[in-house]
Design a protein around this ligand. Sequence first.
Ligand SMILES: Cc1ncc(COP(=O)(O)O)c(C=O)c1O
Length: 373
Amino acid sequence: MSLSQTLAPAHILAIAPYQPGKPISELAREFGLDPTVIIKLASNENPLGCSGRVREALSEAAALMQGRYPDPNGFDLKSVLAERYDVPMSWLTLGNGSNDLLELASLAFLDEGTSAVYAQHAFMVYRLATQARGARHIMVAARDYGHDLDAMFEAIAEDTRLVFIANPNNPTGTFLPAGEVEHFLTRVEDRYGDRVAVLLDEAYNEFLDPAERFDSARWVHRFSNLIVTRTFSKAYGLAGLRVGYALAQERLTDLLNRVRQPFNVNALAQAAARVALADEDFVQQTYEMNRVGRIQLSDGFRAAGLDFVPSHTNFVLVRVGDAARVNQGLLRQGVIVRPVAGDGLPEHLRVTVGLPEENRRFLSTLVDVLAAP
Ligand SMILES: Cc1ncc(COP(=O)(O)O)c(C=O)c1O
């Protein structure tokens, strides 16, 4: 028996670690490529970077850093979030990215005697966070690559404490309209009251078309078992700073904060997020660039005769056949996208919408790789 087998419990040994998008520097080293010619469309990052106002705020905040810990309660950032969503500050939790909030929810509600429900092909971290707690998984088969909320409702068991819903979903890009989510929340509350928490993960909310958007934050007033999470990593371009937030009534927020590290969000991230929220022009510019880029990718896939899942996010899931081979071909040409075999999709690749030139280069490289013997 190896050291790790004697140290870690079986549910930890069973974890297959998260496979992040390959960093540019790593690909450059592996293939001896010039890093400046590599394009990365693998982590759903913002190709515009972040707003100029954020960059200025970061320089100022960096100059003021004086060896102090960050504000453990994130007062300034929570103040602007509370105003924006019209909730008390006691309904907000900040996270080291919204990934942190998914972990906090699993820490607060799950243990070995409980289960979590989530959808097949949903964000991988739901599985990892459930597994890390030793809780039981109830993975519900996807419908048309998306969540089947009726089946998820039926799958809730006596020991279920947490249901994860990604809307829109990663890696498939599917979207559940307001009415379906509201119906699900109502049914869960009617049948289970406060015994089952629902975490509605809206990491890609800002990429929805205006007609699709709905005010899920208002539902937090109605549903005492609901947690809504959002992030600054995607539309706001702060992926490297790691900051996200959760909205939930005070009782749930209190539970999340019991398991939170006191200083989980660093000072620069707090300062940047506050300024990022105020720069609506940047978010609009991001939305527009993404809308156009998503059409560019979708048209390119259609022209190449490839099936893809219509996307409501800043990435598109495309079926390429032998995805491992195609991925290697793309990597050799300096194009990083995301294989999703670990999500149960061995024939697909997930491609983040990039700048128009990056999308063009990706599409032409893809066509070349697919044509190669
Ligand atoms: C659905 C979903 N939720 C949450 C996250 C976590 O992002 P972050 O921790 O950067 O906020 C991601 C990141 O890819 C995601 O796709």
